[in-house]
Design a protein around this ligand. Structure first.
Ligand code: 5RP
Length: 264
């Protein structure tokens, strides 16, 4: 692996082999989602506790100060919206040149296995990997399900993750599911856990993050379940304790409660 690729990956995946990525890219197809109406306001208190942010170039330029940031994973796929016919109909929206100009540490692209746009999204990933490898830029593949949240089972996710790895993704982001170990064991590159829509309680999030790490994920790429929580700083600190300090879900919940109560 060349120096640039190694250096970028080292900025994302910490010395303990783990990572906490914070995605705030949702507006690229969902518009101003709840609690991300003003990305700067959402991001600023969380920045000290994240290892990297997953973001589009537009929000990066308008809402993140270049002298007060964390490593950037640049979202480079898009072109569909929640109002359109098919969320899977994405293309590449941002060039490799732009990613380099923005000093990104990786680029991120969604793939849509099993949809009408499977072929296009997989070839987009393959082309992005070709370019990324040329410039030392890691590609993170996102195994997206669009509106079909019920697809998130171990068979489908293991299939999608493996395909992403086969096409050259350096990191794969996927959902947690029952028998998550089948997803990680079939994927030869690091897997990070995405959150999906907000789940009813924070404790459930801490539990699936703990379980996902135990079953082979190297970290998380978790958005709504952090910044839509009533106490986002408490939540990210709880998750950080699981990811980087091997805390259990119960220990992370205790930390959450003390941060929320102003005691930590
Ligand atoms: C959208 C994305 C988001 O980054 C992803 O959904 C992660 O955020 P969340 O934890 O809120 O699901 O890739 O396709």
């Amino acid at each position: 692996m060349d120096w640039g690729m190694k250096n970028r990956l080292a900025q994302l995946i910490q010395a303990d082999g783990r990572c906490l990525f914070l995605p705030v890219d949702h507006g690229y197809f969902q518009g101003p989602v709840r609690k991300l109406e003003d990305p700067r306001k959402t991001l600023e208190p969380l920045l000290p506790y994240t290892d990297a942010i997953f973001i589009t170039r537009g929000v990066l330029r308008s809402c993140v100060d270049p002298d007060k940031t964390k490593p950037i994973i640049l979202r480079v796929s898009g072109g569909a919206s929640v109002e359109g016919k098919d969320l899977a109909h994405e293309g590449i929206t941002t060039s490799m040149e732009e990613a380099i100009r923005l000093n990104a540490c990786a680029v991120g692209i969604s793939i849509f296995v099993g949809t009408d746009y499977e072929h296009d999204s997989l070839l987009n990933l393959a082309r992005l990997v070709d370019e990324g490898e040329r410039y030392g830029m890691p590609v993170m593949a996102v195994t997206a399900v669009g509106r079909e949240l019920e697809k998130r089972d171990e068979r489908y996710l293991a299939l999608s993750c493996r395909i992403a790895a086969e096409l050259g993704a350096r990191v794969v982001k996927t959902y947690y599911c029952e028998q998550f170990e089948k997803v990680t064991s079939g994927c030869p590159v690091p897997v990070v856990i995405a959150g999906g829509p907000k789940v009813p309680t924070g404790y459930e999030v801490l539990k699936f993050v703990y379980d996902g790490i135990r079953k082979g994920a190297i970290g998380v790429n978790l958005g709504r379940n952090i910044w839509q929580d009533e106490h986002p700083v408490a939540m990210i600190r709880g998750i950080r304790a699981i990811v980087h300090e091997n805390a259990t879900a119960d220990q992370a919940q205790k930390l959450y409660d003390s941060v929320k109560g102003g005691k930590a």
